[in-house]
Write a protein that binds this ligand. Structure first.
Ligand code: RB5
Length: 149
């Protein structure tokens, strides 16, 4: 698979091993930055990852900031993106199994590195279950079409 990966200054240090982990697992990675500790605005990186996924250039994305929350809010503005801010292994599994999340958002300030690794692994290892969840996910997509502006 091909992943788009992005971070702000709060997530940058973790982005480095996330990119390595994805490559070690045999995935292709598009790293959209940021690449240092200088303060940047997380929506600028969320939108790059979201558009790479929505356009089909990448199959999925991983974003990391201080909490994962701002990244998910920004990424979910892009049509077709289902970004999930996950702070637990179980949440990561469900976001794939039930919600078919195509962007994982992690928080450097909420989980230590070992827990972030477990969350990332759980997300990568889980599959969408389809079935009754399929129609629900399609309803999320239909909301994009209904958006008044
Ligand atoms: C940056 O200080 C911080 O606000 C950002 O990384 C993120 O946590 C936003 O949701």
């Amino acid at each position: 698979m091909k992943f788009a990966v992005g971070a702000d200054h709060a997530g940058w240090a973790n982005k480095k091993w996330i990119v390595e982990t994805l490559r070690e697992r045999g995935h292709e990675v598009v790293d959209v930055g940021t690449d240092g500790e200088d303060s940047v605005d997380y929506p600028d990186f969320a939108v790059k990852v979201a558009r790479a996924v929505a356009s089909g250039e990448c199959n999925a994305g991983v974003l990391i900031c201080g909490t994962g929350i701002g990244m998910s809010m920004a990424a979910n503005k892009t049509r077709g993106v289902r970004a999930a801010a996950c702070q637990t292994v179980e949440g990561a599994r469900y976001s794939r199994a039930h919600n078919d999340a195509n962007v994982l958002c992690l928080g450097s300030r909420l989980n230590d590195r070992e827990e972030l690794r477990r969350i990332l692994d759980a997300w990568l290892d889980a599959d969408f279950e389809g079935g009754r969840h399929q129609a629900r996910v399609e309803k999320i997509g239909a909301l994009d079409e209904e958006r008044p502006c």
